[in-house]
Design a binder for this molecule. Sequence first.
Ligand SMILES: Nc1ncnc2c1ncn2[C@@H]1O[C@H](COP(=O)(O)OP(=O)(O)OP(=O)(O)O)[C@@H](O)[C@H]1O
Ligand SMILES: [Mg+2]
Length: 474
Amino acid sequence: MNTATLLIVDDEKSTRDGLRMALEDSFECYVAADIKEAMSVLKSEPIDLMLTDLRLGGDSGMELLDQALALPRSPVSIMMTAYGSVDTAVEAMRRGAWNFITKPLNLNEVELLLKRAIQSRSMEKNVLRLEQENQTLRVLNGESIHGLEKLVGKSSAIQKIGDLISQVAPTRATVLIEGESGTGKELIAHALHQLSGRPKDKLIVVNCAALSPQLLESELFGHEKGAFTGASQRRIGRFEQANGGTLFLDEIGEIDPSTQVKLLRALGERTIERVGSNTPIKVDVRVIAATNKNLQELVKEGEFREDLFFRLNVIRVLMPALRDRAEDVILLAQSFLKEFADDNGKEPKPLSSQALNLLRLYNWPGNVRELRTVIEHGVIMSNSAHIDISHLPYFMISHDQQETSNNAQPLQISHSSSATLSSESKDEGFNLQVLELHTIKRALKYTKHNRTEAAQLLGISRRTLQRKLKDLHL
Ligand SMILES: Nc1ncnc2c1ncn2[C@@H]1O[C@H](COP(=O)(O)OP(=O)(O)OP(=O)(O)O)[C@@H](O)[C@H]1O
Ligand SMILES: [Mg+2]
């Protein structure tokens, strides 16, 4: 492989020279002191990577970033910022920097980051090529695009999330994933790790809701022998285990105040202390947190520390509810059908048009996980060539759609609030049989299953109602 080219931009000569000396074994290095010099190198040399300071004498590194990224062949850019200026770092990434690194610099860290940047560039090229070859690649066709292949969906909400994930995955930025239950938060956490360039097997998952406060603290940070009653052995915590990799903190909204303080420190200083010890231990851990609560609300209610929220919320991913992206329902259903059929070494059975319509009409309070269960149910129950309504779970038709439309706190992405009947534009969303079934179920529910009253309400005879119930396998 050719040596990658690196442009180092810093107004301080000592920093430029120091970086160049440290990096010239691994990269072909160029240096510049300000925007003018930097742009002239970028225009004359094929630069792969640019490492720039935020302050360049009278010039701003942000401005350089804008100009460099506007070039037809732009370098993967990394911004150097002062320690603790998370806002600036995020701003740089928003403007298209690939990552940031804080000063004072650790040269090993710089080198590692640059190497990852190069990997990500070649990966991006591959993805781009694959995408050009096959626009529908993301829609699961057995091919893998580096961790995102499991994320099924063509809605713009999901596509945007896919883009965001590939962009931020290789950075060490902390990611907060919010969304209702079953929307795919864990899936996203795994994808982020797969794409991070960190060792594949170093993803450590901790479910914060599953442990008592004291257990959680020692689970995360470890403890020394004798730290508390019952601590008969030294224990290495999850942070230490995840060193060099990713730590996924699921249900972060559930952690108690004292662990919140410790976590804040671990995130800020990148060091931890085992319970019962004062010796700080350095850890390089990328943290991903997920919650089905609205953390900002918890902050307002005083249940969650605001400073910790800001530390976690560097990059925020909001998983849309399934009812807000109805265009993905059938695609997901098909991919689950294929998955279950593959498990049994069979060809997937098609869904009948009525079944398809019911899937479109239903509003999925349990989101993608519920859809997966429903499809599994259908696959198991179907004894014919199709999967029909009668093979789908009974509750799908017996529930009043309006009532099931909300569980807990919706965390919807605002651009798509069209909710239940987003298929209203498509005439397939109005299949009479489905609507009839739905109305019959509502009438029965309303009359507390008094068939005579239900028939009256429906404007049909009791006998007709009986027949319909039988036809519909109810
Ligand atoms: N976009 C998607 N494409 C394919 N499968 C998905 C997608 N989103 C979710 N799933 C599947 O749905 C199921 C639930 O997803 P996941 O466990 O990630 O949800 P969650 O948001 O973590 O839920 P909870 O809050 O209940 O923990 C999993 O089987 C997952 O693989
Ligand atoms: Mg989960």
